[in-house]
Design a protein around this ligand. Structure first.
Ligand code: FAD
Length: 269
């Protein structure tokens, strides 16, 4: 593996806030007045790809699916060092759930390169938050999936990864090709250089619709989305509760907790 290595990174444009507001009437995101950015986790995914470019001379392609103005995140990726990008944009993709999104992106990947060595995703998007698109695409590509990647090395067609688990770190080895989702513990994303921005602003960015990627209409957008959002709401903020400070007299604190549990009928007196 060397000059021929090809890595694809999927980047999503998201509102610059984790506090996404929902229109209660339509159950859709309210994007007005909120600046858009590259999904922060996708910056870590891009950085893993760029490190492979630094070490192995990999070609790095980026894909985003979104409205025409989502080309901004692709240009940002180019400015940081990606080689080329494609924007998937079409009214036929509107209303896509994670399954239809994964399908459209997988179709685009197959068109760019039916046999890429690695496809990177962020761990999750900060607006949708499902973390389903990476695994979904791996299924459509019929490709090995590794999630929560925090370190990666590639030798020949073998990869070794560290994955970030709740209880520690797993070290896994496998064969390329693979789809990976990347966590923030992986690295510090690089900044774009001024010359990078100049090149990125001028770069041609193809826009592909459903027909361009050979996507079946019934599997795209709302038509291809089995998920129905019945209701979206912010959970009520919990108030009240009893706070017991056990630092001075732990015995008294335990007694107070037991009494509170007895009063609520959780434990018998
Ligand atoms: P995650 O699965 O959390 O993202 C993981 C990673 O996948 C990201 O880090 C990124 O690398 C990649 N990724 C995710 N999305 C993209 C993308 N678009 N392009 C490139 N890479 C990506 N959203 C709308 O904007 N308009 C709608 O009309 C709409 N309708 C919906 C209808 C339904 C019934 C449902 C369930 C969802 C709808 N959504 C809509 C939300 C949309 O499905 C999700 O935004 C999208 O599928 C990605 O899911 P996620 O945000 O949870 O991403």
């Amino acid at each position: 593996m060397g000059k021929d290595m090809h890595v694809i990174v999927c980047v999503k444009q998201v509102p610059d806030t984790t506090n996404v507001r929902i229109n209660p009437e339509t159950n859709t995101l309210m994007r007005e007045g909120v600046e858009s950015i590259m999904n922060p986790y996708d910056e870590y995914a891009l950085e893993e790809a760029l490190k492979l470019k630094d070490r192995h001379g990999a070609r790095v392609s980026v894909i985003s699916m979104g409205p025409p103005q989502a080309d901004v995140v692709l240009r940002e990726a180019l400015a940081r060092g990606a080689d080329d990008g494609v924007l998937l944009t079409d009214r036929a993709f509107a209303g896509a759930d994670t399954l239809a999104t994964s399908y459209a992106i997988a179709q685009a990947i197959k068109k760019i390169n039916p046999n890429p060595d690695l496809v990177f995703f962020g761990k999750q998007a900060i607006d949708g938050d499902t973390a389903q698109v990476g695994p979904g695409v791996s299924e459509f590509l019929g490709c090995t999936l590794v999630t929560y990647v925090q370190a990666l090395s590639v030798e020949g067609d073998t990869f070794t990864v560290e994955t970030h688990m709740d209880e520690g770190t797993d070290v896994l080895e496998g064969k390329l090709p693979a789809v990976m989702t990347v966590v923030k513990e992986a690295s510090t994303p690089r900044f774009a250089s001024l010359s990078g921005w100049v090149g990125a602003k001028k770069a041609g960015l193809p826009k592909w619709g459903a027909a361009d990627v050979g996507a079946v209409k019934e599997m795209c957008g709302l038509d291809g989305s089995p998920t129905k959002v019945v209701k979206i709401f912010a959970p009520p903020v919990k108030t009240g509760g009893i706070r017991v400070d056990g630092r001075a007299a732990p015995g008294e604190a335990v007694a107070a907790i037991v009494k509170a549990l007895q009063d609520k009928g959780v434990v018998k007196s």
